[in-house]
Unconditional design. Structure first.
Length: 281
């Protein structure tokens, strides 16, 4: 692609520059975390992380590894900026979202550093469009401190199992209750909607269950309004890792394979519903 070979312009050097033969690989991942207008972008030598938060209760992270890009160069240890995600997605899909096979939109992305705009060079069919998107001072983000040593329970499901669950459970319920246990019911999803209570159980030896590591019985409730944004990532994914820590914080990590077979991850963190008392459980 011509854009991949385009040298940076004169003037100050870029602290971040990246090229992608198919901009749709990036836009589909960003759409999976697009439930607020603004996002914080972190670039390191390992790749790009895009974080979106809402009300300090839910956080989504899209991880785009450096290997996904045809070129990915970061001149500092880390580069961070805040950007309007809605505008970024509009620019990435400026040629439309239903590109014909064989005519992908090539992307070159450049950023000179603090106070400079993010520059996008997009090319399709010989037509080049240049977009400049203002960047902002990044906000302080919530640290869920969800390292592997804090994880109490973890299951890995094929995504179709969770998609079926969301289709079958009563989404008029305000909460989704998740029970994870080394004993029966092992992994249970429950809702409490207009039609009454509904439960969906997954045995540990279910064909949909790829891994089951539960150390203690936990039952936690999460607001469905907070979980709904994650269904965008669920729709794209092939596997999902569901983890909880001792405080009941939830991690949903979706493994997404793009059209070229490359693997990326989108992760959602969600706080438990603090309005629920022990007696109600």
């Amino acid at each position: 692609m011509p854009l991949s070979a385009r040298p940076p312009g004169s003037g100050e050097p870029y602290v971040l520059s990246a090229s992608l033969d198919n901009a749709r690989h990036l836009s589909s991942l960003l759409r999976a975390v697009h439930f607020q207008d603004h996002a914080t972008c972190f670039a390191t030598a390992n790749g790009l992380k895009v974080t979106v938060e809402d009300a300090k209760c839910i956080q989504a992270n899209a991880f785009i590894q450096a290997e996904i890009f045809q070129e990915f160069a970061v001149q500092e240890e880390s580069v961070t900026f805040r950007i309007n995600l809605s505008v970024l997605l509009d620019c990435l899909t400026i040629f439309g979202t239903s590109a014909l096979p064989g005519t992908p939109t090539a992307l070159r992305m450049c950023y000179r550093g603090y106070s400079y705009p993010l520059m996008l060079f997009l090319e399709e069919g010989g037509v080049v469009t240049v977009c400049k998107i203002n960047t902002q001072e990044p906000d302080e983000l919530l640290d869920f401190d969800f390292c592997s040593t804090n994880v109490v329970n973890k299951v890995i499901l094929q995504s179709e199992g969770l998609r079926e669950a969301f289709a079958e459970l009563d989404m008029t319920s305000e909460v989704l209750q998740i029970t994870m246990s080394p004993d029966k019911p092992y992994f249970r999803l429950s809702t409490f909607g207009n039609a009454g209570s509904a439960h969906l159980d997954y045995p540990r030896d279910s064909d949909l269950m790829e891994a089951f590591h539960c150390n203690q019985t936990q039952t936690n409730r999460y607001k469905i309004s907070l979980l709904k944004p994650s269904t965008k990532a669920l729709a794209l994914s092939c596997k999902v890792s569901i983890r909880t820590d001792a405080q009941g914080f939830l991690s949903l990590q979706y493994m997404i394979r793009n059209e070229d077979g490359q693997i990326c991850f989108v992760e959602y963190y969600c706080c438990p519903d603090e309005d629920i008392t022990e007696a109600e459980l």
